[in-house]
Design a protein around this ligand. Sequence first.
Ligand SMILES: [Zn+2]
Length: 283
Amino acid sequence: MMQRTIRNTVDTRGVGIHSGNSVTLTLAPAGSDEGVGFIREDLNARLRVPAHFSRVRNTQLATTLTDDGVSIATVEHLTASLLALGVDNVTIALSGPEVPILDGSAEPFVSLIRSAGISEGSAPRKGARIVGPITVTSGDCRAELRPGPDHLHLDYTIVYENPHIGTQRFSFDLTADAFAREVAPARTFGLFNDINGMYAQGLALGGSLENAVVIGDDGVMNPEGLRFDDECVRHKCLDAIGDLSLFGMPILGDFIAYKSGHRLNHLLVQELFRQQAYEIIPL
Ligand SMILES: [Zn+2]
């Protein structure tokens, strides 16, 4: 299998969920071994910030990359979509500090990438096969990678005190079709009672019922309801795929998460690299 990029340049526009800024996002083809990288067109800097775990500086509610003072927030739904659709190399230009949230899911990114088409290069594609177990924990939260199949398999459990979320578990094999059908449409979610606290921290300023599932004391507040009964845990899988995509190449093995989130997922990727518990194989 050869590395892949997109065939045509495509763009879209929307607000950042945390910053509230309106942003234009452009995806452009990139060469073999360039990987996924971000350019902030609103800054004079032409620095290309790699979508790589070594650039992660903030994991509060979303994953933010920072390189030499240039930041790109909320990258995970887009980088998850690129990984799932097998796009290795692409340059993402943004006119502001945050990837637009669009409808809160990865479905618009999947459509955008598919509309651009896929083009194969001449350099071989590689993946990281897990050879040893890696576990990171924080309190009763846990994330693990174990040797497994020749693709990424996810098994995710969330436990919320809110009875309208409760305990949900979802597992699936990461393929382009399964991602597009079962995970990409799952929207980001939040508790109504947390919103004022997020505003006070300058977060969720662009959030609305148009781009997030909001759960109040009486249940889901969005008039259209949920897209899946277990939409919340499916969205956590989407976030995890985005965080794991920052390893820089596809991870092949079992990912098991219990009450994990961006911070723990990021620590797991760091630990995978630190312990070198993988072998690089051709795909
Ligand atoms: Zn998310």
